[in-house]
Each structure stands twice: as C-alpha cells, then as structure tokens.
Write a protein that binds this ligand. Structure first.
Ligand code: C5P
Length: 237
C-alpha cells in the first residue's frame, strides 16, 4: 500500500501536456476543484509555462515541474535554487549521483521536493547496452533507487510495475510517482507498461500521473472524478 499521509485527492497529478498557457488555463478552469496537482513538462515549460507555477501555487494548487535535469553539479544546484523560488512541490532530475546530490543541495531551505527518474520507461535492455551500460533495467533501477535514497532525494518516478520491488528496498518516506496510468477502456497511446489507477495504488504508488485519459476526455472533469473514485476504492480496501 502507498505512503498514508497524503490526502487521497492529492494523489492524482494531471499532466498539462498542452502547447500554450491559454489552453492550460482553460483546462485548469474546467477541472476546477477536481484536480489539485498539475505537472508541467517540456512542452508547456518551453512555451512560457513556468509562469503558471506561482499562479497555481498561489491559488492553492500543487505543481510538479518535470524537467528531468542533468548537468554538472554546480549548474544543477544553481538551477534548482531558481526553480525552488517558483513555489513548486516536485522537480525531476535524472538519477545520477552528482546530479541528485546537487539538486538536494540546491533545494535546501525550500519546500521543493526532488524526484529522481531511475531509468526512463522507454528504455529496454537493448537500449541500455547501446548506451554503454552493463547493468540491465531492473538492476540499474534498484541501484539508482538506493543511491537516491542515500543522497536524500524525496521520491522516485517509476512505472507502476516497478513499485512493488522498489517499495521493498526503499523507506516508506520515499514517495513513488507513477505515469503510464490508464483507466479501464482508455487508449494506451504510446505507453507500453500501463496500469489502472486502482491497481497502481494497490501496488503501492503514492501519486498517479495522468495525461491523455483526462486531457482527451469529452468531459475532463468527469474523467478526473472517475480516477478519484478508483483511488479512494483502492485505498479503502
Ligand atoms: O498522456 P499520458 O498519461 O501518457 O502522460 C504521462 C505523462 O507522464 C507525460 O507527461 C509523460 O511525459 C510523463 N512521463 C512518462 N513516463 C515517464 C516519465 C514521465 O510518461 N517515465
């Protein structure tokens, strides 16, 4: 089961994978009280979307900045210091020791939490060999998860399929954030390793990242509420 001290309705993170601020604001208005947590990734961030962070935080919403940072330590640390001033809750970095250490240093004194991306879910064993790694996906994910924990990182981004293994090797305070969530009947799109909201929560996910099943729904608010219902059902089991 997931870490318990998170409000059930804060466990859904809607990915604002949209081309501009106007479309993001329209979706946020439409979703209203149904969504309290938003993720801003490359598409919106590089279209000026980081300007939304203080606005959202000021209106009581939580924000996950998904920029998957990776650079020399000093650059990461200074960059994270700037991001920490925006008022976001989560920021992603790649799970390289120097990068994670620098990110944890950069967010010191702020409420920003650092999430490490262990191995991108689009990578399989062959991709790792091509990229020059000697460990396979599972071993590399577990090694990086332990390194992240040792360096004071707050959580991990992983596939819901990895949650069971990771829950067994890292402390409960490390939150596990899982994309690739698909309510029964929704299109998988380019996601290969998918899980329903209820199964992902039952497996031990703390937060579910959902994009297209909400964004592309005829009624996004209804789609978000259906996911909340599944989360609540799984938590009460
Ligand atoms: O539309 P969909 O629900 O597939 O969106 C999932 C979101 O989670 C996207 O913003 C995607 O970039 C992000 N993500 C992912 N897999 C990861 C890390 C992040 O799908 N490993």
């Amino acid at each position: 089961m997931p870490t318990t001290d998170i409000a059930p309705r804060d466990r859904l993170i809607v990915a604002l994978d949209l081309p501009d601020i106007a479309q993001a604001e329209a979706l946020i208005a439409r979703l209203g009280d149904s969504v309290s947590f938003y993720k801003i990734g490359y598409q919106l961030a590089f279209a000026g979307g980081l300007a939304l962070v203080p606005t959202l935080a000021g209106s009581g919403k939580k924000v996950f900045i998904d920029l998957k940072l990776h650079d020399i330590g000093n650059t990461v640390s200074r960059g994270v210091e700037s991001i920490a001033r925006l008022g976001a809750t989560f920021l992603t970095v790649h799970a390289y020791p120097q990068t994670m250490k620098a990110a944890v240093e950069g967010r010191a004194g702020s409420s920003l939490q650092i999430l490490a991306v262990t191995v991108l879910t689009s990578y399989d064993e062959a991709d790792l060999v091509t990229a020059g790694y000697r460990l396979g996906v599972s071993d590399l994910v577990q090694m990086r998860a332990k390194q992240a924990e040792g360096l004071g990182v707050d959580g991990l981004v992983c596939s819901a399929e990895e949650v069971g293994t990771l829950r067994g090797i890292v402390a409960p305070k490390l939150c596990l954030v899982t994309p690739g969530i698909r309510p029964a009947g929704s299109a998988s799109g380019d996601q290969k390793r998918i899980m329903t909201p209820a199964r992902a929560i039952a497996a031990g996910s703390d937060y579910l990242v959902v994009g297209r099943p909400v964004l592309a729904a005829d009624d996004p608010k209804l789609a978000a509420e259906a996911i909340h219902a599944e989360i609540a059902q799984a938590l009460n089991r």
